[in-house]
Design a protein around this ligand. Sequence first.
Ligand SMILES: Cc1cc2nc3c(=O)[nH]c(=O)nc-3n(C[C@H](O)[C@H](O)[C@H](O)COP(=O)(O)O)c2cc1C
Length: 344
Amino acid sequence: MAPMTRSRADTDAKVPTNDLHGLYYEQRASAGLIITEGSQVSERAVGYINTPGIYTDAQVEGWKQVTKRVHDKGGTIFIQLWHVGRMSHPDFHNGELPLSASGINPNSQSYTPEGFKDTVAPKEMTLDDIKTTIKDFQNAAANAVKAGFDGVEIHSSNGYLFQQFFNGTSNKRTDQYGGTLENRARFFFEVLDAMKEVIPQEKIGVRFNPSLHGIFGMTMDEDTIPTFEYIIKKLNDYNLAYVHLSEPFTDVSEIPYAVPEIAKHFRPLYHGTLMINSNFDQDKGNKIIEEGYADLVAYGKPYVSNPDLVERFENHLDLADWNQDTFYTTGGKGYTDYPKASEH
Ligand SMILES: Cc1cc2nc3c(=O)[nH]c(=O)nc-3n(C[C@H](O)[C@H](O)[C@H](O)COP(=O)(O)O)c2cc1C
């Protein structure tokens, strides 16, 4: 099950609840692996309303209930660790600017407590800000262990903080965190190295969306794919749970620097477990694994409306449609009320 923000942590404390989060993830426990919604590693990492965190004791206690319910059903659950960087808005930070690699506005929109607002030019992170953020990820990973998670996934995807460092249009730094591809990847590897001090690296997954273009504030350039090639090859030196890649979210056939088939391009470069995502159905998923381009397929939206997706695939049952209008609303409607096929 792919990570999906569902915005049900609607208290100031941003704590996942037993009634909503516990039930939702328990219903989906037959997934081979659940990767939770993005969960912020600090107050500064927040960029959307009602998203849960993993930096306070109350949040850890909330997640404990979730992991227990999934484990009681025989499931496995990783938490996705998230920092949105410049995709946030000063309204989330008492008027202070969001943080990023450089002070460049993504010219996007942020969903604030008062609705959509234009993003702003963020604050370029100082070396101290970088150190603090590395510690925040390490602390979040340690909290994930305390909360009973089987592992963590670094959200280094979809135009958020790490991708803002990787990309040359959002990272104009002239210090050791900018310029060369090695430098633009440095912050990510420092976070990974700090995290593996508190959780075995076999329990860490990482997520990338290399051909992300024209959305989430990202613009590809000639360095974009070489940067991901460098990162993914370097990850062979680690023994991670998996590398999780997304096929392009938009049609990139006309984009000169983009790779249109991500699994095919990156599979030969990575020797560990490769997970692929985006727009797969059962047949496409089986096919890409049979062809040897991926080891695992992550399903997102089908899991919104089919808590028993595994059983439906297994028995070739019809899938229920998801309702986009309730992706990010409050309460159980459109969240915990999708029945299993056996309950119809
Ligand atoms: C409602 C919703 C919320 C999402 N939230 C996240 C998220 O928190 N973290 C993340 O990495 N991707 C997120 N995604 C992207 C999904 O993980 C996945 O990449 C995308 O839905 C495409 O896969 P699919 O075609 O199987 O749905 C989200 C997608 C949806 C539909």
